[in-house]
Design a protein around this ligand. Structure first.
Ligand code: DGY
Length: 331
């Protein structure tokens, strides 16, 4: 959606009251870039998704006041350019936390239990006691400790951990943000509230070595690019599972595919991959039987997407009217 001076379609009653013109990409497929660039000319606000790069205001022109993205991530928006032109940026964190946390747990279970492989066995699957077994996510009488690791320990990670506590996860390790102060009291309180034996910060190699299941929930960008690389993966255990619901760029796809193929890692559940959106059936991770790859669906729950859409529209309208955005990115 973009708001522009040349009328094409009427928007909400709110828009009509303020004589705001709404131009909307209505097709159920990714917005065509040429269409976007053509229709953004003169816009006061634009709503985009994480696949639409916003790197300059060359096409929109100087009217632009707000860019509102229907995502929590914002790597596709050049914040230096936004700051230079005094453009507000709206985004949609929080409303998607539970949906993404649900899907992270789903991916952990799918990757552990080898569901990526199951469909290829029909119609001739022969059940045997150990066919398609995998490591159990929950702690058991026979294996009473389980450690969840988090690369990125923000809101979504906390929501995942809360869910995992119900599965009997006993320990949590995470890598703190560079320069962050130790949170010993908060960590102890969190462990107490969730009934875990411990929640503790660790360095990257210890995160790799110590995680039974590792959740990558870090934001993208230069600072996190390929933090999970061949050296990191070499330190993980052959029974461990890696889940990426953060950004594809944090994990080196080629190194992960190789680690999985060589059995150095049990499985991977990925909602995002580095090469997005150019991921075809021949991508090494899509072809890898120990890997489950979703096409970036972490927040794809109906209720959540509806809230994200509403918030995106409210952000863009507020920005066009020169008001403070309901959910502004502080940059
Ligand atoms: C986000 O919100 O950043 C998701 O990755 C896209 O919906």
């Amino acid at each position: 959606m973009s708001t522009a001076n040349n009328f094409q379609d009427t928007g909400s009653a709110h828009a009509a009251r303020h004589k705001i013109v709404v131009i909307q990409w209505k097709e159920e497929r990714r917005c065509d870039r040429a269409w976007l660039l053509q229709n953004v000319v003169g816009a006061a606000g634009i709503a985009v998704c994480f696949k639409d790069m916003v790197r300059s205001i060359r096409c929109s022109g100087p009217n632009l006041r707000v860019v509102s993205t229907i995502s929590a991530g914002h790597e596709h928006i050049d914040l230096a350019v936004m700051a230079e032109h005094n453009i507000q940026v709206g985004y949609t964190p929080d409303v998607l936390t539970d949906a993404v946390a649900d899907s992270a747990v789903m991916l952990a279970l799918m990757a552990s239990r080898r569901t990526g492989q199951t469909s290829s066995f029909w119609p001739s699957f022969h059940w045997t006691p150990f066919a398609l077994c995998g490591p159990q996510l929950s702690a058991t009488l026979f294996s009473p400790t389980r450690t969840a690791g988090f690369l990125g320990f923000g809101r979504i990670a906390h929501a995942v951990l809360k869910r995992l506590a119900a599965f009997g996860i006993t320990h949590c390790i995470y890598t703190p943000r560079p320069g962050a102060l130790p949170q010993t009291v908060r960590d102890a309180q969190l462990a107490g509230a969730l009934g875990l034996a411990s929640v503790a910060p660790v360095a990257l190699p210890e995160l790799a070595r110590g995680s039974d299941v590792l959740f990558v929930l870090a934001p993208g960008g230069a600072a996190t690019r390929h933090l999970v690389d061949a050296a990191f993966l070499r330190q993980m255990r052959p029974t461990s599972v890696l889940v990426n619901n953060g950004r594809g760029s944090v994990v080196d796809s080629r190194a992960l595919a190789q680690a999985l193929a060589e059995g150095r890692l049990w499985g991977a559940g990925l909602d995002v991959v580095d090469e997005e959106p150019d991921v075809g059936a021949d991508h090494p991770l899509v072809r890898e039987p120990r890997c489950v790859v979703l096409p970036h669906l972490g927040s794809a729950a109906l209720e959540t997407r509806e809230e994200m859409a509403k918030l995106t529209a409210r952000n863009v309208l507020a920005g066009v009217l020169g008001e403070r955005l309901p959910m502004a990115l502080d940059y």
